[in-house]
Design a protein around this ligand. Structure first.
Ligand SMILES: [Ca+2]
Ligand SMILES: [Ca+2]
Length: 230
């Protein structure tokens, strides 16, 4: 056990000293943390927390639809999408990060999958880029930075990728919600989507702090004195 702890600590020391590497969180990771069930908040590796956000309508749920696994909130018309009834999904980071990509699913233009309109979503950040909300639409438009597009022509169940969505902005929070197009809440043909994955790069300072935090955790978890053992 002691040797194992030393190995873990050695790895963490390397992590502190090494360059920041990209971390990708998938819906599968969230599902594993949820134990395949539902909850209003779940904490993943590296101090990343996903919750139902300030609105707290419904619980987090990970569902597979058309082969695509996505994070949703389970209230509203569809339990496998973030509905436009005010459901939100919030991703929080312990320390500032730069988000390099976000993959959105079940996001269709008008005429596909019974959607009457191009679906539209909103992401808000506490960084400067989208603090007042950036919109992404199944017409392919995006009001943030970087690029937004799909390569599967909706065969992959409406999978879209936002690349470099917030530029160089550092943030500790992203809040996703569906836009109430036409003001019709709860209409499945209005706007709803799921979060398939996102990739982030810890900022250098936070990367070091993160490593130190984990190091502290490893030290705290070292085997206690055996004097109490009978
Ligand atoms: Ca829902
Ligand atoms: Ca949808």
């Amino acid at each position: 056990m002691r040797m194992f702890s030393l190995c873990v600590m050695g790895t963490l020391v390397l992590l502190v000293a090494g360059p920041a590497t990209a971390i990708t969180i998938t819906a599968s990771d969230v599902n594993a943390a949820l134990g395949g069930g539902t909850n209003d908040e779940v904490t993943l590796m590296n101090g990343i927390t996903i919750s139902t956000g300030p609105e707290d309508i419904g619980d987090l749920r990970v569902a597979t639809n058309g082969g695509l696994m996505g994070v949703s909130a389970d209230a509203g018309f569809l339990s496998d999408e973030i509905d436009s009834i005010g459901e939100t999904v919030m991703v929080s980071f312990e320390s500032p990060v730069r988000v390099t990509s976000i993959v959105i699913g079940l996001f269709f233009p008008a005429g596909v999958q019974m959607d009457l309109r191009d679906e539209r979503g909103i992401v808000m950040t506490n960084g400067s880029a989208c603090s007042s909300g950036c919109t992404f639409s199944a017409s392919g438009s995006w009001t943030g930075q970087g690029s937004f597009g799909t390569s599967d022509d909706f065969g992959g169940f409406g999978e879209w990728t936002l690349n470099n969505p917030f530029g160089d902005s550092e943030l500790t929070e992203m809040v996703f919600m569906a836009d109430r197009i036409g003001g019709i809440p709860g209409d499945s043909r209005n706007s709803d989507f799921a979060i398939v994955a996102f990739t982030l790069v810890p900022e250098p300072a936070s990367s070091a702090l993160l490593g130190l935090g984990l190091l502290g955790l490893a030290v705290a978890r070292r085997p206690r004195s055996r004097t109490t053992r009978r």
